[in-house]
Each structure stands twice: as structure tokens, then as C-alpha cells.
Design a protein around this ligand. Sequence first.
Ligand SMILES: Nc1nc2c(ncn2[C@@H]2O[C@H](COP(=O)(O)OP(=O)(O)OP(=O)(O)O)[C@@H](O)[C@H]2O)c(=O)[nH]1
Ligand SMILES: [Zn+2]
Length: 343
Amino acid sequence: MPKFDLATLGWDADLASHLTANLQPARVVAGHRGEVDVATEDGRIRVAVPRRFARDGQDVAVGDWVGLATGAVQEVLPRRSALIRHAAGKATRAQVVAANVDIVFVVTSVGPDLDLRRLERYLVTIWESGARPELILSKIDRVDDATAFAREVATVAPDVPVHTVSAVTGEGCDAVLARITRGTTAVLVGSSGVGKSTLLNRFAGADVMSTGEVRLDDDEGRHTTTHRELILLPNGGILIDTPGIRELQLWSAEEGLEAAFSDIESLVATCRFSDCSHESEPGCAVQAAIADGTLTEQRYASWRKLQAELQVIAARQDALVARDEKRKWKLLSADEKTRTRNR
Ligand SMILES: Nc1nc2c(ncn2[C@@H]2O[C@H](COP(=O)(O)OP(=O)(O)OP(=O)(O)O)[C@@H](O)[C@H]2O)c(=O)[nH]1
Ligand SMILES: [Zn+2]
């Protein structure tokens, strides 16, 4: 009998069908330099990540399902979703900060610094990741009427559930927790100070969390001192909280942009001219919506700005790909030379 049932962390038949025979399945629960902590059927262990993964540009991220052998990761199973940020200090390169996330909660606190434009950026990135975004308006104990704020954010978040919570009074917290059902993986993102840690602690419940830790501990039941980045909640839900995850950035996200601005996209579809620039053409549905107040100038400008940024990112990526191709070609031709010489 296995000590730990991986189904608890979301292991299923579909994942199993992708695992190479004879490899041991595991889920990454924390990352280190050149190593990862994983949950296996035998408990929690630390394994090596061979250098070839970095060489191939293959990240092994918290939340990933992997196949193990001889104390090392051998393969990363196909991901349902991947949250990405720019690797620190590097040229334009994506780094996966969390994998196989089902729901990303964007936390923002009610009050004067509620930033709709920042929310839009988050939503673009999340839609693109393959995860589902949901919004949490936090600290509602500080205002008289949170519903006005909820209505306001709803205007920039089509098809996105909006929750209102106070981690102090507990209001609304159960409704959010109920979204993180058994086996569902969620993360909390948002600016510093909006209350993510407070919510996380509330969801995890200090004493019950330690029970969860024992279940994932190593053979001797030792307490590991490392910071846990994938947390099993008492209700069976899973929360990922990695250091990098809080700084989500916009990264090549055309589909994400369309999803996050589905209201504008459906307007665009009804412009009279298919190549409408939405500036001054007759029959422009976007300008009409701005004129009658259903679309704000700010949201329209935000859409434009994000589009432009994505174009810049795409161009930079193209340049990088071209450079890598050239390098590969150089290597190839060097090979050719050796071969010719040895002939
Ligand atoms: N009034 C009120 N204050 C809250 C609430 N939730 C959190 N706070 C306070 O807001 C401050 C920041 O909360 P944190 O949970 O540390 O915020 P965070 O988002 O985790 O911040 P980082 O760790 O910097 O990313 C703390 O002083 C909390 O006590 C709330 O619902 N209502
Ligand atoms: Zn138009």
C-alpha cells in the first residue's frame, strides 16, 4: 500500500497515460537550485534536476508532474497550464513559476488605489497561461459598500467571477475556499500588502496544515525545514505560493488579450470594415460604444497599449529565435566541417 495517495494532489488517468513506463510519478512541491522537493507515493523526497533540462530550456516548476528514476527527474509530463515570468537578469526568456494551476485568484484591496489597468494586465497573463482567473476584492471591512467596487472591477473582467472578502472578519472567505475543491490547484497573486498571506493562512489553518506536512514528510517522519511552496489545504484543495509567482508579468499573450478583452473583441467583430482601425472610420462599433458610454476611453486605451506591448515582445522573441537558429546553424556547419575533414 502506498503511504501517500497521489490522487490527493490531482494525479489522474490522463496524467498516468503520459508517464513513461517504469518511472515513478511525483509532483513538485518546492524548488531549489538544481534540485526539487517532490511528493511521491512514498512521501516527500528531494531529487536532482539533471542539467540537460536547463540546456533544453525545459523548466521544472512547482506544480509540475514528473517521472522519477535513480533519484532524479527524468521527464516533465504535459502541463495543463503554466504561469510564466521573465527570468531575472536574463534576456527575454520565459520562466515557468508554477505549473498545472487551475485557478489564479487576483487579489486587490478595495480603496482609492484600486487599479483597473493593473487588473487587466493580470487577466491577460492568466488567460494566456491556461488557468482560469478569478478576482478577490480584499479588505472589504474598510469600506461601507463593497458592491460598488465589485461592479467597477466587473467592467474590466468579462467572464471572471468576482469575490469580496475580509480576512479580518472572515466575510466571503468560505466562498473563495469553496472554489478550491479537492484536487484543484490555485494560486493567489497581487501587489504587496493586499492581504494574500493573511488569506492563505486563513485557508490553511495553522494546526491542520502541520498535519498535512506530516503526511508528506520523509520516511522517518522528520520535519523538513524548507519553505513549503505547494500546500495541501484541509478541504483537499491545493495552494501554490512560490516566491516568483507574485510578480506575474505580461508575456506573449495574444490569446490572453482576446479573452481578457472579449467585450472589445466582440465589438470589433461588428465594425463595418474588417480592417477598421477604430479611429475615425464610419460604422466603427468601438467608437460607437465609447460614444454611448458602454466602453470607457481608459479601457480602450489599455487594450491598445497592451496590444502594442505584445507586438514589441513578439518582435524581441522573433529576434531571439532568429539568433538561436543562426547559432544552431553555425554548430551544424561546424559539424559538417569536421565530417568533411574526417572523410
Ligand atoms: N483591514 C484589513 N486588513 C487586512 C486584511 N487582510 C490583510 N490585512 C492587513 O494588510 C496587511 C498586508 O497583508 P498581507 O497578507 O501580508 O499582504 P500580502 O499580499 O501577503 O503582502 P506581500 O507578502 O508583501 O505580498 C497586513 O497588515 C494585514 O493585517 C483585511 O481583510 N482587512
Ligand atoms: Zn472599428
